[in-house]
Design a protein around this ligand. Structure first.
Ligand code: SAH
Length: 473
């Protein structure tokens, strides 16, 4: 270990920042946040520091550095732009047992400041011992996004319950059990949504020995690229006891979920349902009733052709709490990664999402509405109906040369974009060259695909040419 981590209580602890620029401002703000007794020493200070001095109780000494000015200090930050002065400050502090940090000079530091994730009272500090502050900041960003925003409030609330818990449970083991249940309860997962009375009720139930109530999170996993997950989706995946996922969810996405969660695949592929929808609904109810936190992970957005609504209706019937986490839907993901803007001032002012599968026999789409001008048509699950789609769109007035893109396995390293026109659509689909899942984008915006192509997985993966990705008729 290069350095020893400590958290310092700065109340009544005289601290000085020497310097008057941006960096001095950042250091001074951090010290003020921690209630330091602060002196700023600089002949001239920047506007932000002027404002800080006006807003807080800060002693400003508008002079050049002189060791006399810091003799009573216990912590000093040297932030002048003169290396010789910084070195002098360091030497004085070392000789006089004052903690010293010199900005950007690890050799002149007795202490360094870590990157922090602040969910006070929870504070996480990351240090690279001054070796690579940028790396420490990146690690901080990763941790920042994986922790719920309400973490500090949750810790505060837990703190307010401590004496009650101590009174109620006599042994350490009983208290530990209570806290384990508390932190698995919906108080943590829904802290900001629950009213005070509801939190109190949950605490009362837990105190009476009831285990935490289960709940279901209907989470959209996006179209494929696991980096398109939302921060909230990731948090839910890491909190869940059970992940109930569709076949389209990639292994890389699943790898981001809590390692010791149970994983249940419920299939969902045309003509090949591992589990029927009712079975899935029942499974969710059963798991939640057993007190589990269930992450129901679905491809794309759960409310777009995902039957998410039906799964939730069953939960409502059984009074099981749930949340819905939206996501990038296939149309948005595939279009972006294929370089096809779904709307464009010259080509399309409207975009329509339709499914190629009808839920009931004889249920036909309103073809007339699908052929309007200046409109982009996105068809989910349309590949097996390519022939019908072509015939009906042409019969209802669409130009047979209208450009069509079939985006196969969009946003993944295996993405392929096949460009054709309405006339050529069935041949392309029939040649069996297009794998699943695939999305049809029909409209003049498809003309832009060649020009705006930026995501070229074949090139990235194997150094081959663009044409592997853009397969033209
Ligand atoms: N809820 C999902 C859609 C589920 S329907 C969403 O919002 O995206 C399944 C259909 O979505 C597939 O048949 C295909 O048409 C489309 N789809 C999903 N992911 C896709 C991908 N990565 N590439 C191409 N099409 C995709």
């Amino acid at each position: 270990m290069e350095q020893f981590p400590i958290f310092l209580n700065l109340t009544n602890f005289p601290c000085a920042v020497i310097g008057g620029g941006d960096v001095a401002y950042r250091k001074a703000s951090a010290l003020i946040k921690a209630q330091a007794e602060l002196t700023i020493i600089a002949p001239k200070i920047c506007d932000e520091l002027v404002e800080l001095v006006q807003q807080h109780n800060i002693n400003l000494i508008q002079k050049n550095y002189d060791s006399n000015l810091i003799k009573d200090m216990r912590l000093v930050v040297a932030a002048t732009d003169d290396e010789t002065v910084n070195a002098e400050i360091y030497q004085y502090c070392e000789a006089n047992k004052i903690l010293i940090n010199t900005v950007d000079s690890p050799a002149y530091c007795r202490y360094t400041t870590p990157s922090i994730v602040d969910r006070s009272p929870i504070l996480i500090a990351i240090s690279s011992a001054g070796m690579s502050p940028v790396l420490a900041r990146r690690i901080r960003a990763t941790i920042e996004s994986s922790l719920p925003q309400a973490l500090g409030e949750i810790a505060q609330y837990a703190g307010s319950l401590r004496s009650r818990v101590k009174q109620k449970f006599k042994t350490i083991e009983q208290r530990r059990m209570f806290w384990e249940n508390f932190f698995s309860s919906s108080i943590v997962s829904r802290f900001r949504q629950l009213k005070t009375e509801q939190k109190e009720q949950i605490v009362a139930d837990l105190m009476n020995g009831e285990t935490a109530q289960g709940e279901v999170w209907l989470v959209g996993a996006g179209p494929g690229d696991e980096e398109l997950l939302t921060i909230k989706a990731l948090q839910k995946m890491q909190l869940a006891d059970v992940i109930v996922y569709d076949r389209l969810i990639s292994q890389k996405t699943l790898d981001l979920a809590r390692k010791d969660a149970d994983f249940i695949c419920v299939g969902k592929q045309k003509n090949y349902h591992l589990k029927q929808q009712e079975e899935i609904n029942d499974l969710l109810v059963r798991l939640a009733k057993a007190g589990k936190k269930v992450c129901r992970l679905k491809g794309g957005d759960p409310f777009i052709f995902g039957r998410g609504g039906e799964e939730l209706e069953t939960l409502v019937q059984h009074q099981i709490p749930f949340q819905v986490i939206p996501a990038v839907t296939a149309a948005a993901g595939c279009a972006s990664y294929a370089g096809i803007p779904l709307t464009h001032r010259d080509y399309a002012r409207k975009v329509v999402f339709v499914t190629g599968q009808n839920s009931k026999e004889g249920d036909h789409p309103d073809w007339q509405a699908l052929v309007r001008p200046y409109q982009t048509l996105v068809i989910y699950m349309g590949l097996t109906r390519a022939d019908l789609i072509k015939t009906e769109l042409i019969n209802h007035g669409m130009d047979k040369n209208m450009p069509v893109a079939i985006v196969e396995k969009g946003t993944t390293p295996e993405q392929k974009v096949h460009i054709t026109d309405l006339n050529g659509l069935p041949q392309l689909a029939e040649q069996n060259k297009v794998g699943s899942p695939a999305l049809l984008i029909i409209g003049d915006v498809v003309k832009l695909a060649g020009k705006l192509n930026w995501f070229n997985p074949d090139e990235v993966e194997e150094g081959s040419s663009t044409f592997n990705t853009y397969i033209k008729p």
